[in-house]
Design a protein around this ligand. Structure first.
Ligand SMILES: [Zn+2]
Ligand SMILES: [Zn+2]
Length: 305
């Protein structure tokens, strides 16, 4: 008998934990650099030295992200049958020496390089080829990072961010990464020792300001559903949270729909629609006419009305 058979949900939450950890590492570098730029002049030489110092840690985050992808695929296979993951011929399987069964974890599992093949064989809808290519690319990079000390092997923070966003999009298409990240921040160790969790919403805003600026307009539309090529407004709720931590100005909300008469702006971070009146801003020099009803603030210049 095989005991302690893992469930698909256990694999999924383990996958999420890896994505979160990998994200945590790279995002902390990106926000640190952004913040440093607010207080001092950071030139290109400084940036190059910063990223060189972060190189090994970013490689580590890639290794962790790859493990997350692997665990997520395993979870999907376990959904079909947990025994799909067991590798080798029965003659190589561990023996039940005590008569109480053999723990699932004692079996050797199939190699990462076979995961896509197995998935595509047992599911009626195979993985998108783009995902198969991404998986292969990340697996190779991970192997290089794990098994060599190649000083030339460089992976940028953006590449790791993109790997996580793309993999998450393919593996958990119905789930929002922003929401998952918010839950992680609220459950993080730091959140357990501070009174009140106000600073966490601010941290989320800071993270996604940084990520939103890092992505191209098309990537922003793809991953966060923020229409490319339309005017971006300050989200009044995110602005309030950002102020709690002296964070950046969150200019990533869009009119929904994008019409001169629209009275709602939608924000991908707080995941809310905010009512706005279409009256001119009272501040001279600001030509905005999108005023938050709830916060009585101009969403163009950010000033109170
Ligand atoms: Zn918001
Ligand atoms: Zn204004």
């Amino acid at each position: 008998m095989i005991t302690d058979i893992p469930t698909s949900d256990e694999f999924s939450s383990a996958a999420y934990a890896q994505f979160d950890f990998a994200w945590d590492i790279v995002i902390s570098f990106l926000t640190t650099l952004d913040e440093a730029g607010q207080y001092a002049e950071v030139d290109n030489d400084d940036k190059a030295q910063f990223w060189e110092a972060a190189r090994q840690r970013i490689l580590t985050s890639l290794i962790i992200a790859q493990q997350g992808i692997e665990l997520a695929i395993k979870g999907k296979l376990v959904n079909v049958s947990p025994f799909l993951l067991i590798a080798g011929s029965p003659s190589d399987w561990p023996k039940d020496k005590t008569g109480t069964g053999i723990a699932y974890s004692e079996f050797r599992t199939i190699d990462a390089q076979d995961l896509i093949k197995v998935y595509n064989t047992v599911h009626d809808k195979p993985f998108d080829q783009k995902f198969a290519d991404l998986f292969e690319q990340v697996r190779r990079l991970r192997n290089q990072a794990m098994h060599s000390v190649n000083a030339g092997l460089k992976i940028s923070a953006k590449e790791v961010i993109m790997i996580i966003l793309e993999a998450h999009e393919h593996l958990f298409p119905d789930q929002s990464w922003v929401l998952a990240r918010k839950e992680f921040l609220f459950n993080a160790p730091a959140a357990q020792v501070y009174f009140g969790n106000d600073f966490i919403d601010g941290m989320l805003v800071r993270e996604f300001c940084t990520v939103f600026d890092l992505l191209t307009k098309t990537e922003g539309e793809r991953f966060f559903n923020v229409t490319a090529g339309v005017r971006k407004y300050i989200c009044p709720e995110c602005k309030r949270h950002a102020e709690e931590i002296d964070g950046p100005i969150p200019r990533y909300a869009v009119l929904d729909p994008n019409k001169p008469t629209s009275t709602i702006i939608r924000c991908f971070v707080c995941n809310e629609g905010h009512l706005v009146s279409r009256t001119p801003c009272i501040h001279p020099g600001c030509r905005g006419n999108v005023i938050s009803e709830e916060y009585d603030r101009c969403c163009t210049c950010g000033e109170s009305q």
